[in-house]
Design a protein. Structure first.
Length: 72
């Protein structure tokens, strides 16, 4: 969900594991570089339709920090 929100904010995003999953589950690094373009509409759709709906319609804190108001 975080990757889609950051892509929606106009960044190129790469999510990668920097510690093997056998050592810790919280090991995902999200690298974001401003791409100079506008929002990625495919990321918007992925977040709104699939990912956020999977949480029962509850936004995550990052959505609020990026200034995204809940659409539902």
């Amino acid at each position: 969900m975080r990757v889609e929100l950051v892509r929606d904010a106009g960044y190129d995003v790469l999510a990668m594991e920097f510690v093997p999953a056998q050592h810790t589950r919280k090991n995902t690094l999200i690298r974001a570089i401003r791409n100079g373009g506008g929002p990625d509409t495919s990321a918007t759709a992925a977040y709104e339709e699939a990912l956020r709906d999977a949480t029962g319609g509850v936004d995550i804190m990052l959505a609020q920090a990026l200034g995204r108001a809940s659409m539902r």
